[in-house]
Design a protein around this ligand. Structure first.
Ligand code: HEC
Length: 153
């Protein structure tokens, strides 16, 4: 019995000694989450709500989520170099949000489904454009800015 208690004690002490290392390894990355990331995550969950609304023919959910996405898109004014292509995607995205909201109010399932697919393409297109042509860089003032992938000649 005494031996068992000893063993239990040793296991406990070793466990306690090792625990901090184990939890440290499992810690999430400590990079601070930026406001823009929170906004974009919210956009992602709203777009999932649209899909849910389409699957269950819940037009209120579709309309509400479309409105949310448009608001987020209008709010997402982080520091960046403006260029015509980016502006095009942003304008197109907002137009599609409005269209989706309108179609939901008309209970037009087919139209809303089609617009949702087009909108998802705009998400991907804008992201591809940013990733391929430009990349985010830390600006000296602590914000972010877009820099060209290729330097001008
Ligand atoms: C007009 C361009 C544009 C459109 C359209 C767009 N995004 Fe983004 N998205 C961005 C930019 C720029 C970033 C990088 C923001 C940053 O890191 O500061 C980003 C980042 C993100 C992120 C990553 C956030 C993180 O945790 O780092 C997610 C998720 C995201 N967008 C989802 C979406 C979804 C879903 C849609 C469509 C419903 C969408 N975006 C449409 C420009 C766009």
């Amino acid at each position: 019995m005494k031996k068992r208690l000893w063993m239990a004690g040793i296991t406990l002490v070793t466990g306690l000694a090792i625990a901090p290392f184990l939890t440290k390894a499992a810690d999430p990355p400590t990079a601070p989450i930026k406001e823009t990331q929170v906004l974009m995550r919210a956009k992602l969950s709203s777009s999932q709500n649209v899909l849910e609304g389409l699957l269950s023919e819940d037009f209120r959910l579709i309309g509400h989520a479309a409105k949310q996405m448009k608001r987020i898109s209008e709010a997402a004014e982080w520091p960046r170099a403006r260029d015509a292509v980016y502006e095009h995607y942003a304008t197109e995205f907002r137009r599609q949000c409005s269209k989706l909201e309108h179609l939901a109010s008309q209970r037009n399932h087919e139209g809303a489904s089609f617009t949702y697919l087009q909108m998802t393409t705009t998400c991907i297109d804008c992201h591809n454009y940013i990733r391929e042509g430009w990349r985010m860089a830390d600006a000296p003032d602590g914000g972010v800015q877009l820099i060209p992938a290729e330097l001008p000649n």
